[in-house]
Design a protein. Sequence first.
Length: 374
Amino acid sequence: PRSGQPVEFDASAGMWNVYGYPELHEVLMDPATFSSNTMRVVPKEMLPKEGFSLEGFITQLDPPEHGKLRKLVSSAFTRKVVADLEPRIAALTHELLDEARDRGRFELVTDLAYPLPVIVIAELLGVPSSDRALFKKWADALFQRDAKPTLERRAEDLDAVMKPWREMSDYLADHAAERKLRPRADLLTRLVEAEVDGERLPDDQVVNFAIILLLAGHITTTMLLGNTVLCLDAFPDQQDKARADRSTIPDVIEESLRFLTPFAAVGRATTREVELGGVTIPADQVVMGWLAVANRDPRQFPNPDVFDPGRDPNPHVGFGRGIHFCLGAPLARLEGRVALNILLDRLNPLRTNPDDPAELMPTPTMTGVRRLPL
Ligand code: HEM
């Protein structure tokens, strides 16, 4: 925060930043005032000429449409489906580490943190994990652009993402259509067949959800793994504790999500004038809710800049809060726990390479490394 205030207007970006924990809580718990449909406040002339819209995506929907869609996709993407993946995640982690050992070098992102979640989500959906060079190309085009999009740059920005976006939609639509003809034991088939109160997911919603899983499902988990290793490198006493008592690993993962929050900010748009943290935000304004900053709010977390997995409770907002709370949290937590356990088994100590420092992600809304030699 530039002003030290929990809520402030950023004139250069034309949007409001919410940094304080209680203020962010208000935003996330009031979707009627803080709508997830941020496209509604982007001026029409800022949108690309060809029809491109995020409208209809679960992350952009408000009640009551959001609840209906969330119920449907949750019926296919259940906790049981996720929990059953544990042995496969462990086997994949060992395989990837074996390959790195045979090559004689270990760079956490390329060798483990990136491929692991991508392979897991691809196998879960039922698309060939051998296509992962394609997924990476799309994800990079969509996420790894630098700087904060100002309103002026927004149209240009959107144009740059349309091509990969369309390629990805077509790819997933082909796979979904194939599952309608020949059902398989995979998540795409379960999405195609999902039914709640006699209603099914329209074809475009199956594709939209698969896109979200493929994107949200791997970039963020990659960052979680890298960040957790950075934390245990910077706080070696905590590494010793985690190594000695593996039952504390879930707490290490939660504290990592608080301390280095991968998905640093979420966007909302005001539907009316509203008072927040002592300021008045007019209607139809873009609001950035900084999860990463709220997670260091000393009013909520004593000694916020200390990495302490012993915090109890640890009500971080790393997975968001309220109706849009991360649907993939159980999978991210499972991947984090399994991979960290195996890393601690196989690397002692788990330490970054002082001669070959980490490279950070270039995007300010993403907290993570894109290269982490160990
Ligand atoms: C939503 C973070 C992993 C799927 C969210 C939100 C956050 C988040 C902050 C809320 C967005 C908002 O309120 O606007 C993370 C982090 C992850 C992670 C930090 C890893 C460490 C995953 C995984 C999946 C996933 C592995 C799926 C495989 C989703 C979906 C939503 C979501 C579908 C939208 C839920 C809704 O709008 O109702 N995630 N996520 N995420 N996440 Fe995750």
